[in-house]
Design a binder for this molecule. Structure first.
Ligand code: NDP
Ligand code: 8X3
Length: 252
C-alpha cells in the first residue's frame, strides 16, 4: 500500500519529524515550507522517491494553487493533509503587541491553512482521506500574551469540528491535534531569541517533535472507521494554574 501525505511546514520541528516518521513506514511525503535548503536536506536523507519538496509561502495563494495543481503523478493522490505550518510572533499583551505580527499569524495559521485545505478537498474526498490540523492547548486555555496566536488555534480547532460535520458521509476523517509545550524552533521564532527558548524549556521535559509525529502517525493508521475528533497532549511537567484577580488598591 503506497499512501501519500502532504505536510505543510516540513522544514523543522513537528513537520520535519512527521516527514521522517511517515517516510519510515513507506509513505510518500510532499514536504513544503519556505526554506528550500531544509527541504533539500530532507530529500537527501529520505530519497527522491519518498519525498517531493515544494518551497512556498503559505501566505501566497497563487503559490499554493501552483503547488497543488503541479503535483507529479506519483505524488498526486494525496491521502493525508497535515496542516502543520504555523507560528506565533510575540509574547506581549494585546495592548503592546505589533499589528504586523497579528496579521502574520492570521495569514499563516488561518488563511493559508484554509486555502490549502480548500484546494485539496476534492482529492481528499476522492481518496477518502484524512485532514490532520495542528491546533494547540492555546486554543482552549488562555494565557497572557497568547491573544491572536490562541485565537488562530481556536479557529483551527473549531474549523476541524465543522469540517467533520460538512464531510459527513464522504469517508474523509478530520482530527484536531492540540499539544502543549513542544521543544522545536517555535519559541525562538516567537521571541527571536534562542536564549528565551532555552529558558522556557529549562529543567523540564517538554514534548518532542517526535512525540507529536508518533501521535499523528497513530491517528493516520487507525482503521478507516475510527475518527479522532480532537486530541490534547501535554508534557507531564506542564499543567494548569488558577485564574488571576486584579484587586483595587487597598484603602490606606
Ligand atoms: P517550528 O517553528 O519548528 O516549525 C514551523 C514550521 O512552519 C516550519 O517548517 C516553517 O517553515 C513553517 N512555516 C511558518 N510560516 C510559514 C509560511 N509563511 N509559509 C510556509 N511555511 C511556514 O514549530 P513547530 O514544529 O513547533 O510548529 C508546528 C505547528 O505546531 C505550528 O502550527 C504550531 O502552532 C503548532 N504547535 C506547536 C507547539 C509547540 O509548543 N512547539 C504546541 C502546539 C502547537 P519555514 O520557516 O521554512 O517556512
Ligand atoms: C504552542 C503552545 O503554550 O506556547 O501552541 O501556546 S503554547
Amino acid at each position: 500500500m503506497n499512501r501519500t501525505i502532504l505536510i505543510t511546514g516540513a522544514t523543522s520541528g513537528i513537520g520535519a519529524a512527521s516527514a521522517r516518521r511517515f517516510a519510515r513506514d513507506g509513505w510518500k511525503v510532499i514536504a513544503t515550507g519556505r526554506r528550500k535548503d531544509r527541504l533539500a536536506t530532507l530529500v537527501e536523507e529520505l530519497g527522491p522517491d519518498s519525498v517531493h519538496p515544494i518551497a512556498f509561502d503559505m501566505r501566497d495563494e497563487s503559490a499554493i494553487d501552483s503547488a497543488v495543481t503541479g503535483l507529479p503523478p506519483a505524488f498526486r493522490d494525496v491521502d493525508v493533509l497535515l496542516n502543520n505550518a504555523g507560528l506565533a510572533r510575540g509574547t506581549e499583551p494585546a495592548q503592546e503587541a505589533k499589528l504586523e505580527y497579528w496579521r502574520q499569524m492570521i495569514d499563516t495559521n488561518i488563511t493559508g491553512l484554509v486555502t490549502i485545505t480548500h484546494r485539496l478537498l476534492p482529492t481528499l474526498i476522492a481518496q477518502k482521506g484524512l485532514i490532520l490540523n495542528l491546533s494547540s492547548t492555546a486554543s482552549t486555555y488562555p494565557y497572557r500574551g497568547g491573544n491572536v496566536y490562541g485565537g488562530t488555534k481556536a479557529f483551527v480547532s473549531q474549523f476541524s469540528l465543522h469540517l467533520r460535520a460538512d464531510l459527513h458521509g464522504t469517508g474523509v476523517r478530520v482530527s484536531s491535534v492540540e499539544p502543549g509545550m513542544v521543544e522545536t524552533e517555535f519559541t525562538s521564532v516567537r521571541t527571536g531569541s534562542q536564549a528565551a527558548s532555552d529558558e522556557l524549556y529549562r529543567d523540564m521535559d517538554p514534548l518532542t517533535a517526535a512525540d507529536i509525529a508518533e501521535t499523528l502517525f497513530w491517528i493516520a493508521t487507525l482503521p478507516p472507521h475510527v475518527n479522532i475528533n480532537a486530541i490534547e497532549l501535554m508534557p507531564v511537567a506542564q499543567s494548569f494554574a488558577g485564574f488571576q484577580v486584579a484587586r483595587a488598591a487597598s484603602p490606606s
